[in-house]
Design a protein around this ligand. Structure first.
Ligand code: SF4
Ligand code: F3S
Length: 104
């Protein structure tokens, strides 16, 4: 499966939602996650994310986000349509270590 990393936090552009063929994104207040049981590994979302927040779970940088995606996919509502990104999304793009800013 693919996973969303903390690069998404406070960016939440949602371009990924528009392209996912199986609608397996789930939305928290300021981050999305991917349901690993529904993701079909098509990979189309990865290059669509302006924040480069999506990685295949085979990438070493994805390892620490695998459990978080599975956990929140079970708690947050499904999102099938792109909404409006936060007004200050661009200011958070590329910032590292955003996990402490997650609003679950
Ligand atoms: Fe959806 Fe494909 Fe991305 Fe998985 S890899 S989340 S199926 S777009
Ligand atoms: Fe997040 Fe990137 Fe999607 S910022 S909402 S993973 S397009």
């Amino acid at each position: 499966a693919y996973v969303v990393t903390d690069g998404c936090i406070r960016c939440k552009y949602m371009d990924c939602v528009s392209v996912c063929p199986v609608d397996c994104f789930y939305a928290g207040e300021n981050m999305l996650v991917i349901n690993p049981d529904e993701c079909i590994d098509c990979g189309v979302c990865e290059p669509e994310c302006p924040a480069e927040a999506i990685l295949p779970d085979t990438d070493p940088r994805a390892a620490e986000w695998v459990a978080l995606n599975a956990d929140y996919a079970a708690k947050w509502p499904n999102i099938a349509e792109k909404g409006e990104a936060p007004a200050d999304a661009d200011e958070w793009k590329g910032k590292e270590g955003k996990l402490a800013l997650l609003d679950p």
